[in-house]
Every structure is written in structure tokens, then in C-alpha cells.
Design a protein around this ligand. Structure first.
Ligand SMILES: Cc1cc2nc3c(=O)[nH]c(=O)nc-3n(C[C@H](O)[C@H](O)[C@H](O)COP(=O)(O)O)c2cc1C
Length: 303
């Protein structure tokens, strides 16, 4: 496939994901409503909102004055008391992120060097991670062979591989990049504590919008694990729709990048605060007092 074709299919997936989100309308239920709380419980801890950062990486110079973007967004999540995520990176980077005090989920890449996966999981556990996990949607490249990411070889993950990773740590284990009931059920069988429903910014052509498959996944495994969603979770309204369709929390990714690049930690605090405010507004207008109460009977799909 030519580079341009690949770019177009990615753009198509992103566009369809955005269009699907925007095709969902919300009814109002104002009588008996009040000011809602965004508080959420996750893995035994209490956080101020179910809006989180995503498993990002390679953002060293992505904040003003050559500041480290990973550290800046981690500081923002510490300030907000919201959950922080990081993706690919070496142990020393995780250590610097942990030192910000942000409660952080570390998502390890599916390295072909399996010892590196175990090493990063153990390091994150020893350095206070909230949870650890692996992304399964970077195993394969555009040609269907195993991927090479920033010079590092990746490989596929079998159910047995995932079950072994779950057993290797005392921390909750999360699988990122689930986009089917089939994979969600395999994760449940492996004893994972959570999944991220995601197409990883359109890695596969024609990937289904995460919210289209979310209700089926939630019905299949929702009681047994936490469900996180990313991909185009750009506003508080997007987060509201995801929570209504069965997510426990959402991760905002590329949408917060301009704020990070322009104002570092402050930019992310402001962006996420705006999302929190909009989520609270959606809940107030629909009569839900707690994020766990939000359900899909308020949603209307454009026909
Ligand atoms: C700069 C950048 C780096 C990323 N690094 C990782 C990574 O290391 N591991 C991972 O699982 N996902 C990674 N992702 C994917 C995001 O976690 C997320 O799945 C994706 O951006 C879709 O969410 P969004 O539409 O909110 O951006 C990265 C995305 C971006 C833009």
C-alpha cells in the first residue's frame, strides 16, 4: 500500500469515529436533577474524574522551553487528582513520571524481547504504578508482518502470553487495543483487570469506531473488569457518551496536545478541567448525580 493510501485510510477511520460520536444525541432530564459529582473509584483509590491521559510516548520536547511533555502532562494529572497513563519508554522515564506523584498506568509495548516486557512490568510495580498492561494493537505492521517500533521488534500476544503477564504482577493488569467481543472475552478468561477499547488512532483500515462496539463488549465482560475507551474522546460530551455506553473511564489523547505544546502542565490542566466541566454539565442536564449512574437510555442515535 502506498504511504498516501495508508494516510487516507487512517484519516477515514478517524473521521468515521468522529462522525459516529457526533451522530449520538442526548435527551434532557432536568426535573429532580442537581449538581453531580465526577468522583470515581479505580483499583481501590478515589480520583476526581473518570477523564484520564492516554498511553502516550516520545513527547520529550513537546512542551514549551524544551520541557518533557510526558512529565508536564503527568504533573497536570497529579494536580487534578486524575489517572495518568504512559506508553512506550524506558524504565528511567517511568521513574521520572512516578516522581511527579501522578497515579500512573504503565502500558508496555509487545516487545519481541519478552524479558523486556517482564522487566518493565516489575520496574513499574516497584516504582509505585497504579496498574500495568500491554498494548496488543502494535504487534503488526502495515504489511501484516510483526512491527518494528522506533527500532524495536514487536511480536503477537497469545492468550497464554497474556495470562502469564497477568500472573507476573500483583498490580491490576490492563490490555490496550481491544476492538471486539472476542478479544474482550479472551482478556476476561486471562484474568485481566481492565481493557482499553481502542483502534489506536486508526492503525487498521476500516476499524470500527470504539463506541460502536463498546455496548457489546460492556455486556459481555463489563461486570468482570474495568473498561476504558480512547480515540477521539475530545470533549466532556464525548466522555459522557462513552460512559453511557458502558465505559468506566476515558483517555483524552491528541486533542490535548496543542494545549500541552503551548502551555505545558497548565495547558493540560486547563484542557482537562474544561472537559470535566462539560461532563458535569451533561450529567446535570440528564439527571445523573454520579458517573457510575450514567446509562444509555438518554442517548438517541441519528437514523
Ligand atoms: C504521540 C503519540 C504517542 C503514542 N504512544 C503510544 C504508546 O507508546 N503506547 C500505546 O499503547 N499507545 C500510544 N499512542 C496511542 C494513544 O494511546 C491512543 O490510543 C491514540 O492516540 C488514540 O486516542 P486519541 O484519539 O485520543 O489520540 C500514542 C499516540 C500518540 C499520538
Amino acid at each position: 500500500m502506498e504511504q498516501q493510501d495508508r494516510k487516507n485510510t487512517t484519516e477515514y477511520v478517524i473521521q468515521s469515529t468522529r462522525e459516529y460520536l457526533d451522530s449520538i444525541f442526548v435527551e434532557e432530564r432536568l426535573i429532580d436533577s442537581g449538581v453531580p459529582s465526577l468522583e470515581m473509584e479505580l483499583f481501590g483509590e478515589t480520583f476526581s474524574s473518570p477523564i484520564m491521559t492516554p498511553a502516550f510516548s516520545h513527547m520529550k520536547n513537546c512542551a514549551p522551553g524544551q520541557q518533557d511533555g510526558m512529565i508536564e502532562y503527568s504533573k497536570a494529572m497529579k494536580e487534578l487528582n486524575q489517572v495518568n497513563w504512559i506508553g512506550m519508554g524506558e524504565n528511567d522515564e517511568f521513574e521520572r513520571v512516578a516522581q511527579t506523584g501522578a497515579r500512573t498506568v504503565k502500558i508496555v509495548k509487545p516487545y519481541a524481547d519478552r524479558a523486556k516486557i517482564f522487566d518493565q512490568i516489575a520496574f513499574a510495580e516497584a516504582h509505585g504504578a497504579l496498574a500495568v498492561g500491554i498494548d496488543i494493537d502494535h504487534s503488526f505492521s502495515n504489511d501484516g508482518r510483526y512491527d518494528v517500533v522506533v527500532g524495536e521488534k514487536m511480536t503477537g500476544q497469545s492468550s497464554q502470553d497474556i495470562a502469564e503477564l497477568v500472573r507476573s504482577t500483583k498490580l491490576p493488569f490492563i490490555v490496550k487495543g481491544v476492538l471486539s467481543v472476542s478479544d474482550a472475552e479472551k482478556c476476561a478468561d486471562c484474568g485481566v483487570a481492565g481493557i482499553v477499547v481502542s483502534h489506536h488512532h486508526g492503525r487498521m483500515p476500516y476499524a470500527i469506531p470504539p463506541l460502536m462496539v463498546l455496548p457489546d463488549i460492556a455486556e459481555a465482560v463489563g461486570g468482570s473488569m474495568k473498561i476504558f475507551v480512547d480515540c477521539c474522546m475530545d470533549t466532556g460530551s464525548d466522555a459522557f457518551k462513552a460512559l453511557a455506553l458502558g465505559a468506566d473511564a476515558v483517555c483524552v489523547g491528541r486533542a490535548m496536545m496543542p494545549a500541552l505544546q503551548q502551555d505545558g502542565c497548565k495547558g493540560v490542566v486547563d484542557y482537562v478541567t474544561k472537559m470535566n466541566d462539560e461532563l458535569r454539565m451533561m450529567m446535570a442536564f440528564t439527571g445523573f448525580r454520579k458517573t457510575t449512574e450514567i446509562e444509555d437510555s438518554v442517548l438517541w442515535m441519528k437514523s
